[in-house]
Design a protein around this ligand. Structure first.
Ligand SMILES: CC(C)(COP(=O)(O)OP(=O)(O)OC[C@H]1O[C@@H](n2cnc3c(N)ncnc32)[C@H](O)[C@@H]1OP(=O)(O)O)[C@@H](O)C(=O)NCCC(=O)NCCS
Length: 179
């Protein structure tokens, strides 16, 4: 199963992450303190790490192991962040990250909704899930507005390198389809 390569929403264009997005990835979020606070990957210290991530995104699209889209604002046209979907029927999961200067204007919600709605329309998908740090209130709101509900807290789920933690809890959210 392969999702559409692009999605259009009122204010956003989603298209596959490309190799030459690396500098924008680094400058917009991956090398920045606030956006990476709750992330499970170490903050990028060098552009080469964002280049490796962009390269990985291209390979993921080609292999179908994950589908990372760049979130592009339409007016003005600018790179805002990344949203990634992984399909593993009967379930799928996703995650997203946006540069701090774009926060609080509903962009993550707009991107999450279009991806969540497409995913749940697929006949073979019965569960869409995502996790977030218990203190990540903004992300929990985005997930709720994309139709996911908090299901459980998973102990020792993930490392949070920016918090100096090797195994801390995450809240799992899910949107379910009746069989
Ligand atoms: C989480 C994130 C994607 C949200 O992006 P965004 O574009 O600002 O999100 P939206 O504007 O669509 O919605 C944010 C919601 O959270 C709320 N919110 C934001 N900051 C908040 C805070 N500190 N406390 C409570 N609510 C908060 C907003 O009010 C809004 O809810 P509302 O529409 O009910 O008012 C962004 O902060 C980010 O990229 N963070 C770093 C990466 C990350 O945490 N990714 C998710 C991993 S699970």
């Amino acid at each position: 199963m392969h999702p559409p390569t692009t999605f259009e929403t009122e204010r956003l264009h989603l298209r596959p992450v490309q190799r030459d997005d690396a500098t924008l990835i680094f400058q917009t979020y991956a090398g920045e303190e606030e956006p990476t606070r709750y992330m499970d990957f170490p903050r990028h210290r060098e552009l080469a790490e964002s280049e490796a991530f962009a390269e990985r995104c291209v390979h993921c699209w080609n292999s179908g192991s994950a589908f990372p889209w760049a979130i592009i604002g339409k007016q003005p046209m600018e790179f805002m962040g990344v949203i990634e979907l992984r399909l593993s029927p009967p379930k799928a999961d996703f995650g997203y990250i946006i540069g701090e200067r774009f926060w609080g204007r509903g962009f993550a919600t707009e991107a999450a909704k279009v991806i969540a709605d497409w995913t749940m329309e697929q006949p073979s998908i019965y569960r869409l899930w995502a996790t977030c740090h218990p203190d990540n209130v903004a992300s929990a709101r985005v997930l709720a507005k994309a139709g996911l509900m908090a299901e459980a807290t998973l102990a020792n789920w993930v490392a949070r390198p920016q918090l100096g933690e090797v195994a801390i809890p995450s809240v799992v959210f899910a949107r379910l389809k009746q069989r």
